[in-house]
Design a protein. Structure first.
Length: 213
């Protein structure tokens, strides 16, 4: 029973992150344990793994499958044409508008779709729709997302992305160095202006991000 303490500590700290990591390390994607990869660890933890399989299966089943399907569709539409053109085509802008309408409806019904509601694999889906929305929407959700991070329901690195994008929309220097802007003269993307590399790297460290080179 002692060897189960780390499992239960992980579950108590953040069940969603723990079970996501557990699945990636101890299980095949289809949920079957992988004894060849685990070697001696599989033999030692075999009974414990069976218990944790059941515990984490309950965690995964707690996520609404219909909601996950909607998020899958939103993600697909969000990335449909985004990285294929230098200038965002009208078709993608139309998809962004539709996605935002759906996201706002979901937010009104469920609140922010964080990892507690949809799991680690889906926690960023709503965020990226907001990131690709208008300035007013981004500014509305910035404090909401910051609170989600502070309360351990969302990965910390999404806040810098949104904060920098808002600044870029306002023609202000970014504070985390996450945004690139297309240079039509050079026909390439380059880092959008920042407040200064030293301070940028200090800011990035606070959110667990690697420093800019």
């Amino acid at each position: 029973m002692i060897s189960l303490y780390p499992f239960f500590d992980g579950i108590e700290f953040d069940k969603d992150v723990f079970c996501d990591s557990y699945r990636n390390i101890f299980q095949f994607p289809n949920g079957n344990s992988n004894p060849k990869t685990l070697g001696n660890r599989f033999t030692h933890f075999k009974k414990q793994l069976e218990i944790m399989d059941n515990v984490c299966d309950c965690v995964f089943k707690s996520y609404n499958p219909k909601l996950l399907k909607i998020l899958d569709e939103l993600k697909e539409n969000d990335q449909n044409l985004r990285n294929k053109f230098e200038v965002l085509p009208f078709a993608q802008k139309k998809l962004d508008s539709i996605n935002l309408t759906i996201v706002m409806d979901l937010y009104e019904r469920y609140g922010y779709l964080n990892r507690k509601l949809v799991g680690v694999d889906y926690e960023a889906h709503m965020f990226y729709i907001i990131l690709h929305s208008d300035l007013e929407t981004m500014e509305r959700f910035l404090p909401i997302i910051h609170k989600e991070i502070e309360e351990g329901r969302l990965s910390s690195n999404v806040y810098p992305l949104l904060h920098d994008r808002i600044n870029m929309f306002k023609d202000l220097p970014q504070e985390f160095g996450t945004q690139n802007k297309y240079n039509p003269k050079l026909k390439t993307y380059e880092l959008y202006k920042t407040i200064g590399k030293v301070q940028v790297n200090i800011n990035r460290k606070k959110y667990g991000m690697k420093p800019l080179e």
